[in-house]
Ligand binder design. Structure first.
Ligand SMILES: [Zn+2]
Length: 422
């Protein structure tokens, strides 16, 4: 098995002095990100008025980082942040733009204070890890909560804020293999409802919000909307809301981790639907209940969590299968929900409801998700029998339209192809 990268995240335990440095460094990185973004856009606008067309290569890391010393002279507080972290910020922006130009992600956005604050250290010479201590430039030795051992060789670290706390993520390189019990292949139906159904008849539901959590969410949302914008009381309420949402998301992620590990270590092959061949618009309608106001808001959060949870689950399944040697096969999901798994009769009328499958030809009666999971398994076995590669494409559920570039850069400020893909 080849060496791979893995991310390990821990809660950082900085003392108050270190926390101040962290906040200032994150502020400097955020400022630099926004400055560089505005600088790029200004360059594009200037080039556009001069008649140029393509802007992809107009500026980038090499040029921008050469401006850093001048910036530091002009804004001395920039030097409070570690130099490597500032450089890493510029590199990250380069990556964000290449991903945007490749049509893989939306237009890079301006960062706001407290929103995804992070500091990255790309150079292993700059830091050290010893037990539950990590040495970080400008901060010195800092403690973190060693919730599991740090394995592999740490390549780079990222410090990021999560609510009131800071976390440290180690990106480690090593051989992270998982065992595999070699059980027969299994097909998965990732439902529009909050569950995964396996072809051997098991149903695992990912946790959704409970009624009392819904009430609390709504109560906090109402409270926040009553508070004055920019007030301390409002930001406290918003922090409470963010904390609750994080808790719900973490709970879901935990369930996804448990299920993906269990499947990847048990079966020799796992068959899933190829999402590139399926549009997810239908699932939004399927989970939207009565069009009452509160119901809508509730289902919106649940729908988003579900979509993220399922794409998380697929991503986890992909890397865990790689580690356990299980084969992950992605198949065309068309007609899997209306074909009879027993006699292969295919008709839209076979699916009586969200839950019930009843074959019009042979009378086979089953749970609709289980029937679909069996079809997915059969399709996967057909693919592998034909010598198919069995490689699952890296795909994701897209729940929001991609961010577009600001209007002032359109229509010619960004190459037309990238703008269309955005
Ligand atoms: Zn049938």
């Amino acid at each position: 098995m080849s060496r791979t990268l893995t991310g390990l995240r821990y809660r950082l335990r900085p003392h108050p002095g270190q926390e101040r440095i962290l906040a200032r460094s994150a502020g400097a990185c955020r400022w630099l990100w926004n400055w560089a973004l505005a600088y790029r856009e200004d360059l594009w606008l200037a080039a556009r008025s001069a008649g140029a067309r393509g802007f992809r290569g107009s500026t980038g890391y090499v040029h921008l980082s050469s401006l850093l010393p001048g910036l530091k002279e002009r804004y001395p507080w920039l030097s409070e942040a570690p130099h490597h972290a500032l450089q890493a910020t510029l590199r990250d922006q380069d990556r964000a733009f290449s991903s945007f130009f490749a049509g893989k992600s939306g237009y890079p956005r301006y960062r706001r204070k407290g929103e995804r604050d992070s500091i990255r250290f790309p150079d292993p010479k700059q830091f050290a890890v010893d037990g539950d201590w990590v040495k970080i430039p400008k901060l010195g030795w800092t403690r973190f909560r060693l919730s599991r051992p740090v394995t592999g060789r740490v390549r780079n670290i990222t410090l990021s804020r999560e609510g009131a706390h800071w976390g440290v993520s180690f990106c480690a390189e090593g051989q992270f293999s998982l065992p595999n019990r070699g059980l027969p292949a299994v097909g998965l139906d990732l439902g529009a409802v909050q569950s995964v159904t396996t072809s051997d008849g098991r149903v695992v539901s990912f946790p959704v919000t409970t009624p009392s959590e819904d009430r609390r969410l709504r109560w906090l949302q109402r409270k926040a909307s009553r508070r004055l914008k920019g007030s301390a009381r409002r930001s406290r309420t918003l922090a409470g809301l963010a904390k609750l949402k994080r808790h719900l998301v973490n709970r879901r992620r935990d369930a996804a981790h448990k299920l993906s590990t269990r499947l990847a270590t048990a079966h020799a092959a796992i068959v899933i639907e190829d999402l590139k061949l399926r549009r997810m618009t239908a699932s939004a309608a399927a989970t939207t209940e009565e069009p009452g106001r509160n119901v809508r808001r509730k289902s919106e959060l649940n729908r988003r969590m579900l979509a993220h949870g399922l794409s998380d689950f697929r991503r986890m399944l992909a890397y865990k299968c790689e580690r356990s040697g299980a084969r992950l096969v992605a198949v065309d999901p068309s007609f899997t929900s209306q074909t009879c798994s027993q006699c292969k009769h295919c008709a839209p009328g076979n699916r009586k409801s969200q839950a019930v499958f009843l074959c019009a030809a042979c009378g086979h009666h089953a749970n609709a998700d289980l029937n679909a999971a069996l079809n997915i398994l059969a399709a996967g076995q057909a693919v592998t029998a034909q010598g198919g590669s069995g490689v699952a494409p890296a795909d994701e559920l897209r729940t929001h339209p991609r961010r577009r570039p600001p209007a002032r850069l359109a229509p010619t400020g960004i190459p037309a192809k990238a703008a269309a893909a955005a």
